[in-house]
Design a protein around this ligand. Structure first.
Ligand code: HEC
Length: 473
C-alpha cells in the first residue's frame, strides 16, 4: 500500500519467510541457545576431573571443543545469514508490519542488538581462546565463565525476540494502552518462552548424542560415560518440554475459538492444532526411548539411528512454528494489522472509497471501464498477493477452481463476486476484503483473465513501480 509490492510468484511470499525462519530457529535453538550451555557444562566436567586428578579430563575438553567447532561454524555462517535473512525477507514482503513492530519495540530491539553484539564477542573469545585456556586451571576457569556468559546472552536474545513473536499472536492489553511494556508482556510471551527454552535444551541434547557417535567411534569406554551424561541432561529437560508444551497448547484454543466464526474452519484448525499435540507426544517418546537406548546399549547404535531424534524434533519445531503463524491469521499484528498489511482501523475508509484511492503505488487510483484488468491486478497485489500467487504455491486461480468448478466447468463470475466480500467468514484466516464493489468486480475480471494464461507475474522488483497520480503532488 505505502510500499511497492515485492512478490515472488513461483514460490509464494509466505514460504520464503517460512523457510528462512525455520532454518534459523532450528540452528538458533539446537546449536546456540541449547547447545552452548551443554558445551560449557562439558568443559566444566573436564575442569572438575582435572581438579580431582582424573585422567579423562583431556577427553572431555577435546570433545567439548569439537562440539564448539561445529556450533561456531554453523551459527556464525548459516545461523547468522538466516537471522539477517529473516529481516530482509520480512521487510521486503511485509514492510508495514515490520515498520510497526520497530516503532512499538524499538527499545527492546536496541537492547537485543547490544546483547547480540556481546554474544558475538563472547563466542569469538570462547572459541578462539579455547586452546590457550588449557595452560593452567585459573585460565580454564575464566574460559568456562566466558562460556557461561555466552550461554546467558544467547538465551537473552531469544527471550527478547519471543516477546515480539508473542505480541504478533496476541497483542493483549496493548490495544487499549499502547506502550512497549503492554506489548512485551502479552499473554503468549511466557508460555512461548517456557516452551522454547527446554525445547532448545532437548534439541541440543539430540545433537550432542549424534556428534558423540560421530566423533567417538573407537573410544568405547569414554563414549559410554559421555552418553550417560547427555542422557541425564535429556531426562532433566524432556519433562519440561512436555509440561510447557501442554501449557502453551492449552492457551491456544481459548484465544482461537472465540475468533472462529464457522464450524468448517474449526475443524481445519482442530486438525492443525491436534497435530501439534501428536508431534509433541511423538517427540517426547522418541527422545526418551533413544535416550535410554543410546545410554544403555551404545554399541548397537549405528550413527544414522542417532539422527532420528534430531529429525523428530525438527518436525515438531516446524509444526510448532506453523501453528504459531496459523493462529495469528488473519492478522500479522493481532487485532491491529491484517496480514495484507492494512490496519483494522482503516478498513471502513477503504471499503467505502476503495483501496486503490489510498494506495501510493498503483497505476490506477480508480476502477474504470477501460482499466478493468490493470486495476484488478493492482487490487490483487494489494489485497491477495501477500498470501496467494497467480498459478503456483497457494494459487488464487486454483483456489477458486477448487471452490467453484471442481469438475473443470468455467468459473462463474457472479459466484466469485458474491464470495469475495464474505471470504473471511468462510475462511477466518483470510482478512476481509478491503476494497469496494467496483474493485471486487475488477479483481474477478483479472482472476478470470489470468486463468487462461499460465505465466508467472512477478512483483515490483521486476516490473518497477508507478506512483498513483493522486499521490504525485
Ligand atoms: C492472510 C493471507 C491471505 C490473504 C491476504 C488472502 N488469502 Fe485467500 N487463502 C489463504 C489461505 C491460507 C487459504 C487456504 C489454503 C488452503 O488451505 O488450501 C486461502 C484460500 C482461499 C480461497 C479458497 C477458499 C476455500 O474455501 O477453499 C479463495 C477463493 C481465496 N483464498 C481467495 C482470496 C482472494 C481473492 C484474496 C484477495 C482478495 C485472498 N484470498 C487473500 C490466505 C490468504
Amino acid at each position: 500500500m505505502d510500499f511497492p509490492i515485492f512478490h515472488l510468484d513461483f514460490f509464494g511470499d509466505r514460504l520464503l519467510i517460512a523457510v528462512i525462519a525455520v532454518i534459523h530457529v532450528i540452528i538458533n535453538h539446537g546449536l546456540a541457545v541449547g547447545f552452548l550451555p551443554l558445551i560449557t557444562l562439558m568443559e566444566y566436567r573436564g575442569y572438575k576431573a582435572t581438579q580431582n586428578g582424573f585422567p579423562e579430563w583431556e577427553k572431555w575438553d577435546k570433545l567439548a571443543y569439537k562440539f564448539m567447532f561445529v556450533a561456531f561454524v554453523i551459527t556464525t555462517t548459516i545461523g547468522a545469514l538466516t537471522g539477517v535473512g529473516i529481516w530482509f525477507s520480512a521487510a521486503l514482503i511485509s514492510p508495514a508490519s515490520i515498520g510497526s513492530l520497530i516503532r512499538i519495540f524499538f527499545l527492546a530491539w536496541f537492547i537485543e542488538w547490544i546483547i547480540f553484539m556481546l554474544e558475538v564477542i563472547f563466542i569469538m573469545i570462547y572459541f578462539l581462546t579455547w586452546k590457550k585456556s588449557n595452560k593452567d586451571l585459573a585460565t580454564k576457569k575464566k574460559h568456562i565463565i566466558a562460556g557461561a556468559a555466552l550461554s546467558v546472552f544467547s538465551w537473552l536474545t531469544m527471550a527478547i525476540i519471543v516477546g515480539i513473536l508473542g505480541f504478533m499472536m496476541n497483542s493483549g492489553s496493548w490495544i487499549e494502552q499502547k506502550s512497549l511494556l503492554t506489548g512485551f508482556t502479552n499473554p503468549m510471551y511466557l508460555p512461548q518462552l517456557a516452551f522454547r527454552t527446554p525445547m532448545a535444551f532437548v534439541m541440543a541434547g539430540s545433537v550432542a548424542f549424534f556428534l558423540t557417535f560421530l566423533f567417538l567411534r573407537n573410544d568405547f569406554e569414554f563414549k559410554k560415560i559421555v552418553l550417560k551424561n547427555i542422557a541425564y541432561w535429556m531426562f532433566i529437560w524432556t519433562p519440561h518440554v512436555f509440561f510447557a508444551g501442554i501449557y502453551y497448547y492449552s492457551l491456544i484454543p481459548d484465544l482461537m475459538l472465540t475468533n472462529l466464526p464457522v464450524a468448517v474452519a474449526t475443524q481445519a484448525f482442530q486438525q492443525w492444532y491436534d497435530s501439534l499435540l501428536y508431534y509433541l507426544i511423538a517427540a517426547i517418546i522418541v527422545s526418551m526411548i533413544s535416550t535410554i537406548w543410546f545410554s544403555l546399549k551404545p554399541k548397537r547404535v549405528p550413527v544414522f539411528a542417532a539422527i532420528i531424534p534430531i529429525l523428530v524434533i525438527i518436525i515438531t519445531m516446524g509444526t510448532f512454528e506453523r501453528i504459531r503463524e496459523f493462529v495469528r491469521k488473519p492478522f500479522v499484528l493481532e487485532d491491529y494489522m491484517y496480514s495484507n498489511q492494512l490496519l483494522l482501523d482503516d478498513y471502513k475508509i477503504f471499503q467505502n472509497d476503495g483501496v486503490l484511492k489510498h494506495a501510493t503505488y498503483t497505476s490506477t487510483p480508480e476502477v474504470t471501464k477501460d482499466n478493468m484488468l490493470e486495476a484488478g491486478k493492482n487490487v490483487f497485489d494489494i489485497t491477495c498477493s501477500r498470501c496467494h500467487t497467480h498459478h503456483n504455491v497457494n494459487s488464487v486461480v486454483r483456489k477458486f477452481e477448487k471452490l467453484f468448478s471442481p469438475n473443470g466447468e468455467p468459473l462463474d463470475k457472479q459466484k466469485m463476486k458474491d464470495y469475495i466480500p464474505v471470504m473471511h467468514k468462510g475462511r477466518y484466516y483470510m482478512p476481509p476484503f478491503p476494497g469496494n464493489e467496483k474493485e471486487t468486480e475488477a479483481l474477478v475480471e483479472y482472476i478470470l483473465s489470468i486463468q487462461k494464461t499460465n505465466v508467472n507475474i512477478p512483483g515490483a522488483q521486476v516490473n518497477g513501480v508507478q506512483i498513483s497520480p493522486l499521490h504525485k503532488k
